[in-house]
Design a protein around this ligand. Structure first.
Ligand SMILES: Nc1nc2c(c(=O)[nH]1)N[C@H]1C(S)=C(S)[C@@H](COP(=O)(O)O)O[C@H]1N2
Ligand SMILES: [Mo]
Length: 538
């Protein structure tokens, strides 16, 4: 065989690996598109990327979770899903190249990914049944078949006929025809995938329509016990200080929901049951609204908030006092001899929370909230109903999209984050934050207003102090207190002299406890230490 014959036989040898890799990517894309379509029909939470990301979050050690929240903030879930897509794309490329030589093995590889997706789907706490495996399974079958087919178009079927009698040109006409078929099949696959994906997206979008309508049609009753007006002096008028009431769109969001649950309020039910529940109850949303509604300002804090961090916000909530409902069911707190010391709340997405029954029933305004700052709860914040308990970190109390309350004991059950090394009991730690000046600011010498917020929910803030470098503590001016369940603003007019200096804040709560200087990480029960800011006075 001559050199020129070799070249003629495999005119596309150099492009074959690239086309194989390309086939892998097309097959992967088709698999995801089909999965998207099927998940639009099953439920959006069952999509392969969503379940794999969710399963990853479930298995993420607390330290990695904190790291992700710190570095990506509320984008942590987006970053995770993009990461999964990148990994999938790399494997798709590799499987495509592999399939050139081992066609069945390549396709089997695609099926293996489907199996991983299906396994992740059934491992999720919010799975609704085996149907959750369908998006991954269907996607993988289509992807595997497509890869098999596409790579088939790229195969060289033995040596081309040569020698006497072989028609001129026959040697490269066949590869050319195969290339044409490949291009046709690939284009058709891409087009079909785009269509399937778009249809899936549309289905997913429409799945929340009833929920959106139920939220839009909701007329909030006036609260039987309105919140007193926020005192005018609660808001320090200094640029850069957080607004006393956090607008809903600025309110921090922390949850594991990769797809925000869209619950139809008209179909929503809440079940209250368990140990010591003499009269178990199932409530509809209307049942809930017919009960006494109270309106309260309550500041919510996340246990993942670092010292000086942003995961704290204050809102005006309307809801039903949880203690009233529990009493209606015949529940007694442990101090009155009740057998249950833990209230476990469960959300529609399978998240679980454990709050001390004693705290919920001790007279504080623990709420089943239906409204946030004058409107129905936003979907991101738990529509139609969530829990809010003053003085407890969110992960042990603030169940969004709640659907079930079970009375049990701390000995008998560990909720989601407790099985992941976070503390069983987690009252909010006394904290304070400097909002202005910002770190590394360069204010002018003279009077510099230092201001911020301090919180010790349900205990209240009695004092805030500021110090410059290692100097003495100076008492800051406290803004008016709204309630002891809300944060409190403060300000301090600092006579700043030139140079680099460190400002440090500390708060004292109403029990007299001074915010500790001892630094602790967020795991297991919340960060401690004092917030400081370095500024250079010009
Ligand atoms: N269903 C559900 N509810 C949840 C969570 C969650 O992951 N799932 N996260 C909790 C945590 S850790 C906090 S701090 C608060 C935050 O409430 P927000 O997102 O409305 O600010 O919600 C809580 N409720
Ligand atoms: Mo949290």
């Amino acid at each position: 065989m001559t050199n020129s014959e070799k070249k003629q036989r495999n005119p596309g040898d150099r492009t074959r690996p690239a086309l194989g890799a390309f086939s892998g990517v097309i097959a992967g894309f088709a698999a995801l598109a089909v999965a998207e379509l099927v998940s639009g029909w099953v439920r959006p939470q069952a999509g392969p990327v969503v379940v794999v990301a969710g399963a990853a979050i479930d298995r993420t050690p607390a330290s990695v979770k904190t790291w992700a929240i710190r570095n990506f903030g509320s984008n942590d879930k987006l970053v995770l899903q993009l990461g999964i897509l990148v990994v999938l794309a790399l494997f798709a490329l590799a499987l495509g190249v592999l399939a050139l030589r081992y066609r069945r093995t390549g396709s089997a590889g695609v099926l293996l990914f489907g199996a991983v997706g299906a396994a992740a789907a059934i491992s999720r706490p919010d799975r609704t049944g085996l149907t959750d495996t369908l998006p991954s399974a269907a996607g993988a079958v289509v992807g595997a078949g497509l890869l098999f087919l596409l790579v088939g178009r790229l195969r060289i079927r033995g040596p081309a006929p040569s020698g006497p009698g072989a028609a001129e040109g026959d040697t490269f006409r066949r590869p050319q025809r195969e290339r044409r078929e490949f291009v046709l099949a690939a284009s058709a696959a891409v087009a079909a995938s785009v269509g399937a994906g778009a249809l899936g997206r549309a289905l997913v979008g429409s799945s929340g329509r009833d929920a959106a309508a139920s939220r839009k049609n909701l007329v909030l009753p006036a609260p039987d016990s309105p919140a007193p007006e926020v005192p005018a002096g609660a808001q320090v008028r200094i640029p850069g200080v957080s607004s006393f009431t956090t607008p809903n769109q600025d309110f921090y969001r922390v949850d594991t929901a990769l797809v925000v649950p869209k619950v139809d309020a008209t179909a929503w039910r809440l079940r209250i049951h368990g140990r010591g529940v003499a009269r178990p109850l199932t409530l509809s949303f209307d049942d809930l609204l017919r009960r006494d509604l109270i309106e309260r300002d309550i500041t919510l804090t996340c246990v993942s908030n670092e010292v000086g961090g942003p995961y704290v916000g204050n809102a005006r909530w309307i809801g039903v006092r949880l203690a009233d409902l529990l009493a209606e069911c015949g529940v007694e707190p442990p101090s009155a001899g009740g057998p249950a010391d833990q209230l476990v709340a469960r959300s529609v997405d399978g998240m679980t929370f454990g709050s001390p029954v004693e705290d919920v029933m001790d007279g504080r305004d623990a709420l089943l909230a239906v409204a946030m700052n004058g409107e129905p709860l936003p979907f991101e914040h738990g529509f139609p109903v969530r829990m809010v308990v003053p003085g407890l970190y969110g992960y042990v109390s603030a169940c969004k999209w709640i659907k079930d309350i079970e009375l049990t004991t701390f000995d008998a059950y560990d909720p989601y984050w407790v099985t992941r090394k976070w503390a069983r009991r987690a009252p909010v730690k006394t904290q304070s934050r400097i909002d202005t000046p910002k770190p590394f600011a360069r204010p002018e010498a003279g009077t510099v207003m230092v201001a911020g917020v301090a919180w010790a929910q349900h205990r209240g803030i009695d004092k805030v102090e500021i110090r410059v470098d290692d100097g003495p503590w100076h008492q800051a001016h406290l803004a008016a207190e709204d309630s002891r369940d809300t944060w409190r603003q403060w300000s301090y007019p600092w006579q700043a002299t030139k140079g680099a200096q460190t400002l440090t804040v500390r708060a004292t709560d109403r029990t007299g406890a001074v915010q500790t200087a001892e630094r602790a990480r967020t795991v297991p029960d919340g960060a401690s230490g004092r917030h400081s800011v370095v500024v250079t006075v010009a």
